[in-house]
Design a protein around this ligand. Structure first.
Ligand code: ATP
Ligand code: SKM
Length: 294
């Protein structure tokens, strides 16, 4: 059966509305697309010319719409339709450039609660072909599936911090991992000894953006933010501010800082909420590359 590939270019600019449009929800991730291409020999999706596109942060985003159909199949059997944006390509390109320089070293993402460590970590692990771990989830596993908030309630924060250190120790003996650490992992110097076996990346998000995100999700799984009555945003903002006062210096131990304010400035968007996870992952790779060159 002969296969037909139709491709069309879609142009967008980076605006605040773009966060909801192109890469995260409506597209398969690039890795998945390439894996699918490898598997499906009939659908010879030729993207060679894409190698010539050199996207840069701050420029217009070009997306490639790729539809793979079979000539003998009705339109309803359209096999796939997806958008590969310039950001996806840049992300892939950067990850391929950096991977050999990492020599298998792990990447530790640190940052306040809700800063996007899990979201960015999953993207980075995918493009680097690393495994992804969330240290909070590992602690829950070692506690027989008890949620972090219950571990705090049952055993107290000190017990949780000991488990966190144990988990980070174990992870530090491994390679090719992206690790999303707990927001408070930075407060113990011993944890830095373990995290510095790899490359540590601080995702720096302004507190008001964090408070907005966390208020939207709720604080049920975040014991240090549990609060009673009153306006949830204000309460969350206050608690985050207090934690930030205690921890801001500890975050500067990270090898690399990825600031959403700086990315927003580079992109020429006024608001950090317009910066999407792919753009943050690209910036993380750029900063890691700079660090490795030092
Ligand atoms: N760039 C972004 N813009 C808007 N929302 C985002 C962005 N990145 C992540 N989010 C959202 O913010 C919330 C928190 O993200 P995520 O779970 O990745 O953070 P985290 O740092 O791992 O949090 P925690 O340490 O509390 O587990 C999620 O709802 C996620 O979808
Ligand atoms: O910021 C913190 O101290 C925490 C963040 C979460 O990831 C969990 O590790 C736990 O809720 C504590």
């Amino acid at each position: 059966m002969e296969a037909t590939v139709s491709q069309s270019l879609r142009l967008t600019t980076w605006t605040s509305s773009d966060y909801t449009v192109p890469t995260m929800r409506n597209s398969m991730r690039l890795h998945t697309i390439f894996e699918k291409k490898k598997r499906d020999n009939n659908n010879m999706l030729q993207c060679n010319h894409l190698a010539t596109i050199k996207p840069t942060i701050g420029h217009r985003t070009t997306g490639l719409k790729a539809s793979c159909t079979s000539q003998n199949s009705p339109a309803s059997l359209l096999k796939s339709e997806t958008f590969i944006t310039e950001e996806d390509l840049l992300l892939k390109e950067k990850s391929e450039e950096i991977k050999p320089c990492l020599s298998g070293r792990c990447i530790y993402l640190v940052g306040m609660m809700g800063s996007g460590k899990t979201t960015i970590g999953q993207i980075l692990s995918e493009v680097l072909d690393y495994s992804f771990f969330d240290s909070d989830k590992l602690i829950e596993q070692t506690a027989g599936g008890t949620p972090v908030s219950d571990i705090f309630k049952l055993h107290g924060e000190g017990y949780f911090r000991n488990k966190e250190t144990e988990v980070l120790h174990k992870l530090s003996l491994m390679h090719q991992l992206v690790i999303s650490t707990g927001g408070g992992a930075v407060i113990r110097p011993i944890n830095w000894k373990y995290m510095h076996k790899g490359i540590s990346v601080f995702i720096d998000v302004p507190l008001d953006a964090l408070a907005q995100r966390i208020t939207a999700i709720g604080t049920a799984s975040r014991p240090l933010l549990h609060h009673g009555t009153g306006d949830a945003y204000t309460q969350t903002f206050r608690r985050l501010s207090k934690l930030w006062e205690e921890r801001s210096e500890a975050y500067t131990n990270a090898h690399v800082r990825v600031s959403l304010e700086c990315i927003a400035e580079k992109l020429g968007v006024g608001d950090v909420c317009s910066v999407n996870p792919t753009q943050i992952a690209i910036e993380a790779l750029v900063q890691i590359e700079d660090y490795l060159k030092e």
